[in-house]
Design a protein around this ligand. Structure first.
Ligand code: ATP
Length: 237
C-alpha cells in the first residue's frame, strides 16, 4: 500500500486537564474523501484542530506525505498545503466576497489545483451573484461557502473541513456536497467531520467513526451505510 497522504497515529489531545482525544488513528489517501463521524462531543472538531496544530497540548504522530507535522505550528502546516475550514464561519464581515477571497490568495503549489475567484464562482454560483456584497449581509450558508472558497484560494492539496453542513438548509447542504465532490474531482484530498449521515454518504469514500476520543470503526462508507448496528452504536440516528 502506498503511504497515505495524511496519517494520524495515537493522536491525543487535552484541554487543560481534560483528556479529550485518547488515541485517534486514521488515514486519508491521496484523492480520497474521508468522513470523520461521531456524536456531539465525540472529538471530531478536536481531532481536526489537533491535526492542524491548533491544540497546544497534544501527543502522538501525524504525518503528511510521510513527513512528521505533529510538532509544527498551524501556519507552517498551512504552508505545507493543508487548508482548515472551521465550523464557525470565519469571514471578514466588513470586506466584500471578492476582498475576502483576495485575503486568502497564495502562490500556486505544485501538485495542487490552482484556484482563482472566477473558478470559485463557478464552484459556488451563489457567491458569484454576491461578489460585491459585504459579509454582514450574507446568510449562514453563504458565509460557510465563502469560508471554504477563501481557504481554497490558498491552493491546498488536503482540506480539513469541520461540519460543513451544520445548520444549513437542505438545498444548501446539497450544494455543499456537490462542491466537495468537485474538489475531489479536482484532485483534492478531504477529511470532513460530519454528523449528517446523508451528507457523508454522498461525499465520502471511507469513514472513521469516533467515540469518546478514539476511532472505533473505520471502513468504506458503503459498509457503514450497510451496517445499521455500527450506526446505532456510534452515531446519533
Ligand atoms: P460537536 O459536533 O459538538 O462539535 P465534536 O465531536 O466535534 O462535537 P469536540 O468539539 O471535539 O466534539 O469536543 C470533544 C470534547 O471536548 C467534548 O466533551 C467537549 O465538551 C470538550 N471540549 C471542546 N472544546 C473544549 C474546550 N475549549 N475546553 C474544554 N473542553 C472542550
Amino acid at each position: 500500500m502506498p503511504e497515505p497522504l495524511l496519517r494520524a497515529e495515537s493522536l491525543q489531545a487535552w484541554y487543560g486537564r481534560a483528556h479529550i482525544l485518547t488515541g485517534v488513528d486514521l488515514t486519508v489517501g491521496r484523492g480520497e474523501v474521508v468522513a470523520l463521524m461521531g456524536r456531539n462531543g465525540a472529538g471530531k472538531t478536536t481531532t481536526l484542530k489537533a491535526i492542524m496544530g491548533l491544540i497546544e497540548a497534544r501527543s502522538g504522530r501525524v504525518t503528511l506525505d510521510g513527513r512528521p507535522i505533529d510538532r509544527l505550528p498551524p501556519h507552517r502546516i498551512a504552508r505545507l498545503g493543508v487548508g482548515y475550514v472551521p465550523e464557525d464561519r470565519r469571514i471578514f464581515a466588513d470586506l466584500t466576497v471578492e476582498e475576502n477571497l483576495e485575503v486568502g490568495r497564495q502562490p500556486p503549489r505544485p501538485g495542487a489545483p490552482v484556484w482563482t475567484p472566477e473558478k470559485l464562482f463557478d464552484l459556488f454560483p451563489n457567491l458569484a451573484a454576491l461578489r460585491g456584497r459585504r459579509g454582514t449581509r450574507m446568510s449562514g450558508g453563504e458565509q460557510q461557502m465563502l469560508t471554504l472558497a477563501r481557504t481554497l484560494m490558498g491552493n491546498p492539496f488536503l482540506l480539513l473541513l469541520d461540519e460543513p453542513s451544520e445548520g444549513l438548509a437542505p438545498l444548501i447542504v446539497r450544494q455543499m456536497a456537490e462542491a466537495v465532490l468537485r474538489l475531489k474531482a479536482e484532485g483534492l484530498s478531504v477529511l470532513v467531520s460530519e454528523q449528517n449521515v446523508g451528507f457523508a454518504a454522498a461525499v465520502a469514500d471511507r469513514a472513521s467513526v469516533i467515540e469518546k476520543g478514539q476511532v472505533r470503526w473505520s471502513g468504506p462508507m458503503a459498509d457503514l451505510m450497510a451496517d445499521e448496528s455500527v450506526r446505532r452504536a456510534y452515531l446519533a440516528l
